[in-house]
Design a protein around this ligand. Structure first.
Ligand code: PHE
Length: 423
């Protein structure tokens, strides 16, 4: 029946009794906040990617890690669960927790869903950044869409033990026969060995564990500063063993910010990767940004209000500052264009002089000032600047008339102080 076919991102899917997408959720599908200019999630993405580019480079400086940040969030149930050894009856698969298109397809619930396909394509060091979907309540700290960075790093036996040729990744009695049975799932959570998988030697696991934890510790210190207090907590994931979570201390509380571990060898051998060991992790971007910038509500990431976006600046990627709450009341935007005095040009006229006048006359009611346009008249050679000033009151709705009055006062002050001519 035609009404059961749904088209998403140019593909057609036949829905069945598992279908539970809502129009609201579908409206988030192509938003790609993690790629949006000046967005705090995009800034987080770039800081993490840059860290890995620097951390792992060949002698010529070429990054070892490949980055995938545009993979479609529509994945098969196999990618999201089976390929990662997540048991058929695992609670995370529940219809009440995931967004299903039908019994075979869903919106990815974690970026780990792409791990196996990327391993199969021959990659050994990669990052996946994207939006993930989990059914959840909506409040200041919960939202059904959030963003993750996932990573995989694989090291071959010859590299890992370059300086210790008598050591091996695998135990002597272990033979890597590929188990292709789809029934093969994670070990039971209750009797998990938190030191290592049976196939691995202690030496190989400890080396990888050290490299992973050390890298992640330095990553979070590069984000939060060296004073950061953190701790490792034992964890469980069906696709890694042993597994940990990293928690950081902020505002008198511990926050879990990432999950990680030594990759299950079944996943590697099924993907055709032999005599190697790997680590993987997944971290949430919203949590990081909320802590770094003191953003009080996760819903703000979806805000179209320029008062939000304009506080974040790509040009100062590594600057940590505290986000200033935006007002609930509407904005008024007025533009101002003026000619510079003829003896001045764009180099000799200081934009900061304009910003200072706007701030001193407009006070807290000025939310943003931005340079819209620079223009040199082709005949007269005169130079003109256009600024947009956004006005907004913190406690009440500002009338356009009040905004105009302020705007006029600013013009007047600029004329008096800097001898400019309003266009
Ligand atoms: N996918 C896990 C999550 O979303 C995080 C994770 C990734 C853990 C990779 C271990 C390895 O919570």
């Amino acid at each position: 029946p035609v009404q059961n076919v749904i088209e998403l991102q140019n593909n057609k899917y036949e829905s069945d009794d598992y279908f539970n997408l809502t129009p609201k959720i579908l409206s988030y599908l192509d938003m790609n906040l993690h790629l949006k200019k000046h967005h705090p999630l995009s800034i987080m993405r770039q800081r993490i990617v840059n860290f890995f580019y620097k951390e792992y480079a060949n002698p010529k400086g070429t990054p070892l890690f490949s980055v995938f940040d545009r993979l479609s969030p529509i994945v098969s149930v196999n990618q999201n669960f089976e390929s990662l050894l997540i048991p058929k009856d695992h609670p995370s698969r529940a219809k009440s927790d995931c967004y299903y298109i039908n019994r075979g397809y869903m919106l990815r619930a974690h970026c780990t869903a792409h791990q196996v396909e990327l391993l199969r394509s021959g990659l050994d060091n990669f990052l996946v950044v994207g939006d993930v979907y989990r059914r959840d309540e909506i409040d200041a700290t919960h939202f059904p869409v959030f963003h993750q960075v996932d990573a995989v790093r694989i090291v071959h036996n010859d590299k890992l033990f370059k300086n210790n040729p008598d050591l091996e990744i695998f135990e002597k009695n272990f033979s890597e026969n590929v188990n292709t049975s789809s029934e093969m799932v994670g070990s039971s959570e209750k009797c998990i060995d938190q030191v290592k998988q049976p196939c691995h030697t202690v030496e190989s696991v400890k080396l990888m564990e050290y490299e992973m934890k050390n890298t992640l510790e330095r990553l979070v210190m590069s984000l939060f500063g060296n004073q950061l207090k953190y701790r490792w907590v034992d964890a469980y994931f069906p696709f890694t063993q042993p597994s940990w979570e990293l928690e950081i201390y902020y505002n008198d509380k511990w926050f879990e910010i990432l999950g990680c571990g030594i990759m299950r060898n079944e996943i590697l051998s099924r993907a055709g990767i032999h005599n190697s060991i790997g680590y993987a992790f997944g971290l949430g971007l919203e949590r990081l940004a909320m802590i770094i910038y003191n953003i009080p509500d996760i819903r703000l990431f979806w805000s179209q209000d320029s008062g939000f976006i304009n506080q974040f600046n790509e040009d100062e990627l590594n600057k940590n500052f505290k986000y200033k709450p935006i007002s609930q009341y509407p904005q008024c935007a007025n533009d101002i264009s003026f000619w510079l005095p003829s003896e001045l040009n764009f180099e000799t006229f200081s934009l900061n002089d304009v910003y200072d006048v706007v701030r001193s006359v407009g006070g807290d009611i000025v939310e943003q000032v931005s340079l819209l346009d620079k223009f040199t008249h082709p005949k007269t050679g005169k130079n003109s600047l256009t600024f947009r000033i956004v006005y907004r009151h913190m406690e009440r709705t500002l009338t356009q008339e009040e905004a105009n009055d302020l705007h006029d006062a600013i013009s007047k002050e600029l004329i008096e102080k800097y001898n400019i001519k309003i266009r």
